[in-house]
Design a protein around this ligand. Structure first.
Ligand SMILES: Nc1nc2c(ncn2[C@@H]2O[C@H](COP(=O)(O)OP(=O)(O)OP(=O)(O)O)[C@@H](O)[C@H]2O)c(=O)[nH]1
Length: 332
């Protein structure tokens, strides 16, 4: 009965981290389970890295305060050889008993052939067929619900994060940016396809849609898993970029602009984008978006197919005083 109540509570969550906390506390209520962790996995240059994202501390479940890039607890996946082999072989679970009273099971969360998280459970006794059934049963409900949540957050055409989830991501992004102590800034970039109406008018909506899908694929190729990429509107995309120096952010955006400009789109040929970006340290979420939008507007007005940085334009006196132009943002 306890498990049922926990499952009801678990599937009432609308947020990935709360859902994770909920499944871990469900596992902790099962007999013989002594420890649980949720591990986050990130693929960098073909190698997976791991960090504990949620774990038990003094009887409480706690989550890592910082993001992956700044987490000193991260380590290479091969330091967990059983989980490493399990993922390399695309398996559903791995088990290992490192000592008396320590029996570990790892359950990777598979999504689109990738693993982004894994639940690690330690039992005091060997894992019997019955307890394996209960553990995998709870885990499968969690995994199904996780992918349902993920599906509701994505744009149907491109598979990118949708506009609906943007506000929440932006609030979290702006809050995290304020606590970054280094010289580096987090960045918000607005990317808009140039003259996209002409693509639709000349080739029809189906080819227009194909351009949107291919642009989304190029965005995924150009930006790593630490970036959050949204389809913001029809032919407008937003990228939330992890902390870096301004030059590095500009270089990444220029690399994307060049990649796209060199791409031969079937039938349509060449397409370009304009980009505006702004730093996220001191401003409020609405201001950051408004600033990136002003830089985009400047890029559109000054030849398109270019990357413009808000603060640089401001320093050169090329912009009016800061004003928010995205009047459809509902952040407060
Ligand atoms: N095929 C397709 N077209 C879309 C979709 N959403 C929006 N659009 C089109 O995107 C076009 C946007 O046009 P505009 O806002 O005038 O901008 P633009 O032609 O890209 O010009 P600039 O941004 O000034 O370079 C419109 O023709 C919309 O119909 C979609 O999901 N699929």
């Amino acid at each position: 009965m306890h498990i049922l109540q926990n499952l009801v509570q678990m599937t009432g969550q609308r947020d990935h981290l709360r859902l994770e906390l909920s499944v871990l506390s469900t596992f902790l209520q099962l007999p013989r389970i002594t420890n649980v962790r949720a591990l986050e996995l990130l693929k960098l240059d073909d190698e997976y890295w791991v960090r504990p994202r949620t774990w038990q501390q003094a009887g409480q479940l706690v989550s890592a305060p910082q993001d992956f890039a700044n987490d000193p607890q991260r380590f290479a996946l091969h330091e967990l050889p059983y989980l490493h082999a399990c993922i390399a072989n695309k398996q559903q679970q791995a088990q290992h008993s490192p000592g008396i009273g320590q029996h570990i099971i790892w359950l990777p969360v598979w999504m689109h052939d990738q693993v982004r998280a894994c639940v690690e459970i330690t039992q005091s006794e060997p894992i019997s067929a019955h307890s394996l059934d209960v553990i995998t049963g709870v885990f499968n409900v969690y995994q199904n619900y996780q992918s349902l949540l993920d599906y509701s957050e994505r744009d149907a055409l491109t598979g990118l994060l949708n506009r609906k989830t943007f506000d929440e991501h932006l609030l979290r992004f702006a809050a995290a940016a304020q606590t970054t102590a280094s010289e580096e800034f987090s960045w918000l970039a607005v990317i808009d396809i140039d003259h996209f109406k002409q693509v639709n008018d000349r080739f029809g909506h189906l080819f227009g849609d194909e351009v949107l899908i291919l642009v989304a694929n190029l965005l995924r190729t150009a930006f790593g898993s630490q970036h959050r990429i949204f389809r913001f509107g029809g032919e407008e995309f937003v990228v939330l970029m992890p902390p870096s120096l301004k030059e590095a952010a500009r270089a990444a955006l220029e690399a994307f602009r060049n990649l796209l400009a060199a791409h031969e789109f079937p039938q349509v040929g060449r397409v370009t984008v304009s980009v505006g970006f702004a730093g996220a340290k001191l401003s409020s979420p609405v201001e950051i978006l408004g600033q990136a939008d002003q830089a985009l507007y400047y890029a559109k007005e000054n030849g398109r197919n270019r990357v413009c940085h808000y603060e640089c334009l401001q320093d050169q006196g090329l912009l009016q005083n800061s004003q928010v132009s995205h009047d459809d943002v509902e952040l407060f």
